[in-house]
Design a binder for this molecule. Structure first.
Ligand code: SOE
Length: 391
């Protein structure tokens, strides 16, 4: 069968800002580089402002628009709903879509509260029994170097894991004049650095190690409590005016954790690490070796093999661009490298492949709920003088 006569999968995307644009390019690109069992159609894009959503649909390649997400779910030509809205609407949209028999891809963090995430995971389990699939968008799992890190751990190359050290460092609001955005409002985002970027390093470290966090001790801070209201919005940030609004989420969240296999972990999620733009740094130390990753050098994984003679042992830089590395064979010759957007494309590939195979993709809504429980435990710990809080 040629890709043109594969069965189609109509996609309805809700939201078209930063994440909507990233998902749009993934839906457009995936079938051109990967041999997908279903042919994604960019069927409908939803947003509340008719003129803005029409403009976005033209730019991003969507065939039609809706101004009410409910209409997308009602459409017979939509088989999958992709939720790229702020967290306060994830539960309502995703549950309605699953109940209508639509597969769902939902941006991270899964929800704003554990209760919402539980309701979503319940809806996903009921839908799965009817063959309806769901996935939460922890897209960095699909960076080839992260896939290789997970493989090296599961192949035993690191041995028993003793330490996990994870940081997600950004600086886009380090300037107190940086304007308000929905990401700084608790009602819309649930939490700040903790949920937006801390959620990624919780998911990534659990994914790489194959273990889960069992307890945490946290510290959270909001350094700038009042910011200019935006007169213009950008992908992140924008332009501030004279009026101000209250920041109701954390600017930084730090926590210690214990993993189910006995490893001790430290986590740091901040939007105030001046000069660090999107530095996801993960280091794992085991009894047989160590691994280190930094997203700002995302095509590289560092590996220290503890079995090598001390005289010549040292961290080696593995350029993760060989055709046998995860996903890489579909792209460019060795050494040419991938970027941020490729993780989203790989996410579409894995989701569509699972749907066609009648399998549940990962990370599931249950995985998203487990991350939500970690975030909630960090918040409770921070509110209780960093008391160790079980998950
Ligand atoms: C903003 O902090 C953000 O866009 C996150 O929301 C994304 O999940 C992350 O990939 C990049 O930073």
């Amino acid at each position: 069968m040629t890709s043109a006569n594969r069965p189609s999968l109509g996609v309805g995307l809700i939201g078209y800002a930063f994440m909507g644009a990233a998902h749009s390019q993934a839906w457009r690109t995936a079938p051109h580089f990967f041999d997908l069992p279903l042919r994604p159609e960019l069927t409908a894009l939803a947003g509340r402002n008719a003129a803005a959503v029409t403009d976005a649909a033209q730019r991003l390649g969507w065939k039609s628009t809706e101004t009410d997400w409910r209409r997308v779910i009602e459409r017979d030509d939509v088989g999958l709903v992709d939720v790229c809205t702020p967290g306060d609407t994830h539960a309502e949209i995703a549950i309605a879509a699953l109940e209508a028999g639509k597969h769902v891809l939902c941006e991270k963090p899964l929800a704003n509260t554990v209760a919402e995430a539980e309701a979503m995971a319940d809806a996903a389990a009921k839908a799965a029994a009817q063959g309806v699939r769901s996935m939460v968008g922890f897209t960095y799992r699909r960076v080839p170097a992260i896939g290789l890190a997970r493989k090296l751990v599961s192949d035993g190359r690191i041995g028993d894991i003793r330490h996990v050290r994870a940081q997600y460092l950004q600086d886009w609001i380090a300037d107190p004049a940086a304007p308000m955005s929905w990401r700084l409002e608790k009602d819309k985002a649930g939490s700040g650095a903790l949920g937006d970027i801390g959620a990624h390093i919780v998911d990534l470290t659990q994914h790489i190690t194959g273990q889960t966090l069992t307890g945490v001790s946290g510290l959270m801070e909001t350094f700038v409590k009042e910011r200019p209201l935006p007169t213009e919005t950008g992908k992140l940030g924008g332009v501030g005016g004279a009026e101000t609004g209250a920041v109701t989420v954390d600017d930084a969240a730090l926590f210690l954790g214990r993993f189910s296999g006995g490893a001790l972990a430290s986590f740091e999620a901040t939007r105030f690490a001046l000069g660090r733009k999107n530095a996801i740094r993960i280091e794992v130390n085991g009894s047989a070796g160590s691994l280190a990753f930094d997203f700002e050098d995302m095509n590289v994984l560092e590996f220290f093999d503890g079995g090598e003679p001390a005289e010549s042992a040292g961290f080696r830089r593995i350029l993760v661009t060989e055709p046998m590395h995860p996903y890489v064979g579909a792209w460019w010759p060795a050494g040419h490298g991938l970027g941020y957007e490729h993780g989203f494309t790989h996410q579409v590939v894995d989701l569509v492949t699972a749907i066609a195979a009648g399998e549940d993709p990962t990370p599931s809504f249950a995985d998203g709920l487990q991350v939500q429980r970690v975030l909630d435990a960090v918040e409770r710990s921070a509110a209780n003088n960093s008391a160790f809080t079980e998950i």
